[in-house]
Design a binder for this molecule. Structure first.
Ligand code: ADP
Ligand code: MG
Length: 624
């Protein structure tokens, strides 16, 4: 080794990734070539953009292209690009450390997922390391566009790499792979061509294998829709999103006003965020007249659309705009608005024209639309139209929209009702829907803890208030059929005065646990239920806080009321028992409270409940 060779250790994260790549990924190794070619293409795009921002003089006339050479005898594969290149610093930072913020656990999860779908490697900013799937040694020779000295980086994928000066290079990067014994095919021209055709046909620069161009250079999004085949669309998706899957949805559109835009956007089939792989990076690239301005742009779409993949091209943007300037550029702002509106419109159309596809979309990506409602005021109402829920009227897998609900509201009803719970079955067995069922009023079942938060943000839909059925002040519209009006067996209700005094006594027993015990005007069969006097810190909010371990917030949790059903046999008996046996009546009151809490999906002290429950059982068993 020359004196100028410096040996360095990889960052711990990088070692972990290398270990995964080398020791656990054996299938679909072909993708390494796509990753290296995609890095070469990125480097060319960066150079092209740089040369627009600032005049480049060094190696000015070197053509923008990628060259791949296979040495079949020495089993060496070389990928050369004439892109932006890397300085010594950049070599060390880009190839020795990982920008992704993922923790150790994150990489473990990714490793597991990557065993099933190796494409994931490229989607989390570590594509370069896939070279070690096929190479026992990797050398990277690079010289930056600024004409500074060139360097060579080298590693066998173990704990260290070396760097040293490498004179005589042109602008760009050359990656030299010494292939593993079982990967020697990758130096064969035929294999290389096959892989390039499969994965990289949309790379917008010539890829030369043995001096011959093997890809077709084209900006598919700039062509007219009629000319593009389904296969081309699908291939392009695979190309932009580094995947072998097909997309779930696609929208290709152009606009002239207020901005000239060409956009080709795709919705994937999978949502990696719910697979525990952390927050997705944006996946849409910004072009200006077919020149890449900003890859995986954070500026052209709102965060809640980060699952989209594709390309946006606007010739109205200045070609030489720097990435920093995108952040608060008025045109970019406008662009984002147009794209967001157009995509929402597309979703609305899909919901009508392809309801099954929309449902599949909703199940996988609905959570992002909910995020949009809570975070993006501008699109709240539009997104409200896209929400889907189960309801007391929905059947099987079918879901209803707020518009469906509003459309069939009978005269006299002016609110949209919903109730949150763990499942349809649990809700239908519980107390909250009893009066809805009796009066034949539709009620939405929101089954995700976050849903009530979302509906609270939305507030109303089409002028109709959205109201949770566990609110204390719920006023249901009267039944058309008056006779059926009041709860339970009318004649046998507890007398008003007795009922009132029972409420007061139960409140005394339950003390601080409850704000008020009141007579229910809407329970039919259940003896009692918990309702929320406070419309913000509701039961479902409390569940969310508990689920996210924010129990410290619960101290401010709103007090709840308990409603009791004066027609329930248990309540009637309790009123009498209170006179005869206070202690037993207390136990029963506490048990009713715990049961109601459980039906509200809230926590109770289970140890206490079990001992009390045994006391009650003992008493029952003692009865002849
Ligand atoms: P990603 O491409 O997602 O950033 P990679 O692991 O593929 O992740 O590459 C890491 C980084 O190394 C790139 O972001 C880039 O800065 C640098 N890099 C890799 N290949 C090249 C190349 N051919 N030319 C210039 N820079 C490169
Ligand atoms: Mg890459």
């Amino acid at each position: 080794m020359s004196e100028q060779t410096i040996t360095r250790e990889f960052q711990a994260k990088t070692r972990k990734v290398l270990d995964i790549v080398i020791n656990s990924l054996y299938t679909e190794r072909d993708i390494f070539l796509r990753e290296l070619v995609s890095n070469a293409a990125d480097a060319l795009e960066k150079f092209r953009h740089q040369s627009l921002v600032q005049k480049v003089t060094f190696d000015e006339h070197v053509p923008l292209e990628i060259t791949i050479d296979g040495d079949d005898k020495k089993h060496i594969l070389t990928i050369t690009d004439t892109g932006i290149g890397m300085t010594l610093d950049e070599l060390e930072t880009n190839l020795g450390t990982i920008a992704h913020s993922g923790s150790g656990q994150f990489w473990e999860n990714l490793a597991d997922a990557a065993k099933k779908d190796v494409n994931l490697i490229g989607q989390f900013g570590v594509g370069f390391y896939s070279a070690f799937m096929v190479a026992k040694k990797v050398r990277v020779q690079s010289r930056s566009w600024d004409g500074g000295e060139g360097h060579e980086w080298e590693s066998d994928g173990g704990g260290t790499y070396t760097v040293k000066p490498c004179p005589g290079l042109h602008r760009g990067t050359k990656i030299i792979l010494e292939l593993k014994d079982d990967a020697q095919d990758y130096a064969i021209k035929y294999t290389i061509e096959r892989i390039i055709r499969q994965y990289s046909s949309f790379v917008p620069y010539p890829i030369l294998v043995d001096g011959k161009k093997v890809n077709t250079v084209q900006a598919i999004w700039a062509r007219s829709k009629g000319e593009i085949s389904e296969e081309e669309y699908t291939e392009f998706y695979k190309f932009v999103s580094n995947t072998t899957e097909e997309p779930l949805m696609r929208v290709h559109f152009s606009a002239d006003a207020p901005l000239a835009i060409q956009a080709l956007l795709y919705v994937p089939r999978e949502n990696f965020e719910i697979l525990g792989l952390g927050r997705a990076q944006p996946g849409v690239n910004l072009y200006c007249q077919k020149v890449l301005i900003d890859q995986h742009s954070e500026h052209i779409l709102p965060e809640w659309l980060r699952f989209l993949k594709g390309v946006v091209d606007s010739e109205d943007l200045p070609l030489n705009i720097s990435r920093q300037a995108l952040q608060d550029n008025a045109l970019v702002f406008k662009l984002r608005k147009v794209l967001t509106k157009r995509f929402i419109k597309f979703l609305k159309e899909q919901a009508k024209e392809a309801p099954d596809t929309y449902l599949a979309f909703w199940k996988t990506f609905g959570i992002y639309l909910k995020e949009g409602i809570t975070s993006d005021f501008d699109y709240r109402e539009d997104l409200g139209e896209l929400l889907r829920f189960q309801s007391s009227r929905s059947e099987g897998e079918g879901l209803v929209s707020l518009a469906d609900y509003a459309g069939r509201m009978p005269e006299g009803q002016d609110k949209i009702y919903y109730i949150n719970g763990p499942s349809r079955e649990a809700l239908e067995r519980g107390p909250y829907v009893e009066m809805f069922r009796k009066r034949n009023i539709e009620i939405l079942y929101t089954l995700e803890p976050i849903d009530d938060f979302v509906l609270n943000h939305l507030g109303e839909f089409d002028g109709k208030k959205l109201v949770s059925a566990d609110r204390a002040d719920l006023e249901l519209p009267e039944a058309a059929d008056k006779e059926d009006e009041t709860a339970g067996q009318q004649g046998e209700r507890l007398a008003e005065a007795d009922a009132e005094s029972l409420c007061a006594w139960m409140k005394e027993v339950l003390g601080e646990r409850i704000k008020e015990v009141a007579l229910s005007r809407r329970l039919v069969d259940s003896p009692a239920m918990i309702v929320n006097a406070d419309s913000y810190l509701t039961s479902s909010m409390e569940r969310v806080l508990r689920a996210t371990a924010r129990e410290d917030h619960l101290a401010m949790s709103g007090k709840k009321n308990m409603e009791i059903n004066p027609a329930s046999p248990l309540i009637k008996k309790l009123a009498r028992l209170r006179e005869a046996d206070q202690d037993f009546a207390r136990d029963i009151t506490e048990q009713i409270y715990d049961n109601a809490m459980i039906q509200a999906g809230l926590l109770v002290d289970s140890q206490q409940m079990v001992s009390r429950n045994y006391r009650i059982l003992e008493r029952m068993a003692g009865r002849e």
